[in-house]
Design a protein around this ligand. Sequence first.
Ligand SMILES: *Cc1c(COP(=O)(O)O)cnc(C)c1O
Length: 412
Amino acid sequence: MHHFEYRNGELYAEDVPVRQLAREYGTPLYIYSSSTFAHHFKAFDSAFSSIPHCTCFSVKACSNVNILRLLGSLGAGMDIVSGGELHRALAAGIPPERIVYSGVGKKHAEIRQALEAGILMFNVESMQELERIASVAGEMHLVARISLRVNPDVDPKTHPYISTGLKKNKFGLDLEQSLKAYRRAQELDGIEPVGIDCHIGSQLTSIEPFIEALDRVMRFYETLKSEGINITYLDLGGGLGIPYHAEEPPHPVEYGRVVSERIKDSGLTLILEPGRVIAGNAGILVTEVVYTKDTPSKHFVIVDAAMNDLVRPSLYQSYHRIAEVQPKGRPERNVDVVGPICESGDFLAQDRDLPGVEQGELLALFSAGAYGFSMSSQYNSRLRAAEVLVEGSTARVIRRRETYADLTALEE
Ligand SMILES: *Cc1c(COP(=O)(O)O)cnc(C)c1O
C-alpha cells in the first residue's frame, strides 16, 4: 500500500504531481509520502496492540530527522546502530526510554553518549562489548541496561548480505556463549540484564524463519529463568520484507498475530525494530533520462541517478520497479537503466522491459524509501539528492540538494 498513484495520466505523490516536484526541485529527487509512512507505522504497531510493546523504527533504513520526527509523533521509538543515529533520534525529540542501541562495534565514546542520554538498553553483541559497557557505566557511576543479541542460527532465506542470524555471521552470540555472557552480566556491577534480542536478517518474505527464531529464543528464555536470570524485554529485531517485485511477504497483521500468540503469557514486553516495512514503499526516487544509447548487444537508458543515490541494485542485485512519470503507451524494449558513474556496477536495472523512453523524460524508481538515501554517497563527487516530504497537497524540502561548496567544505 502506498500513495504514489497515476491520476489523469501522470504519477502523483499523494495530491502533488511528481512532474511538478521534479521541475521545482530538480532530479535526482527522493520523494516521500507522509501518509504512507503513517499508514505503515500504524498498521505494524497495531498488529501488536494486544501485548505490551514498543515499535522502534530502524533509523538506518531512512534517517532523515524529519522522518524520525514524523514517526516519533505517532509513538515510535528508535533502533540505532551508531552515535550519529543517537544524535538524529534525540534531535527528532524521541524520548530516550524508547531508544535501543544495536551494532557490533560500539565505541567507548558512543557508549558514553548513550548512557548520558539514558537510552532503554544496549543490544550487546560480544563479550568484550559487555565488559566495555560495564567499565564505561562504572566510570559514570551508572548502571547500563542491556540485552544480549543471541544468534539463533536460523536461515532467513534472503540475500546473503542481509542475512544476520546464521552461525557464520558477525552478529550476536550463539546460544551457548550467550548463557555465559548472561551469567557474567549478572556479576558485573555496571550492568543490568533486562532483555534478550535477536535480528536474523532483512527482507524476509516468509514467516517461518521468524517463528523458528522466536521459538529458539523463547526456549533460551526459559533456560535463563531457570538460572534465576529474569528479563523483561524481548527484542525481535526487524526484517519483515516488502513487495519490490513479485514477493509476497507476510502482512504485519499476520506477523503480529503469530508473535503475540506465542509470547502473550510470558509477561515480556516486546521490542520491534522494523525499518524496510515502514519506509520502503513510502519513498520513490525520480530521475531524468539524460541519453539513450544503442549498442549491438544492449540498449542503455542513461539517467541522472546512479549507484551513489541508490546502491541496492548494485550491492544486492535488488529489483526496483521503474516506470514513466508520464506514461505514453509506447511499446516496450529490453534495456539496462544505468547512471553516469564510472563503474560497470553502476546500474539501476538490467535487462528490464521498459517503454521506449526518450531524453529529458522522467522515470520513477519505486520502493526507494528504505536503504535509499540513507546509503547514498558522494562517489564521483556527485551531489547528494534532495529529499522532499509530501503531505496531501503540500510538499516541503526536508534535505536540500548538496552544492559544490558542500563537496569541498570539509577539505579546506
Ligand atoms: C537493519 C536492522 C533492522 C531493520 O531491518 P529491516 O529489514 O529494515 O526491518 C533492525 N534491527 C537491526 C539490529 C538491524 O541491523
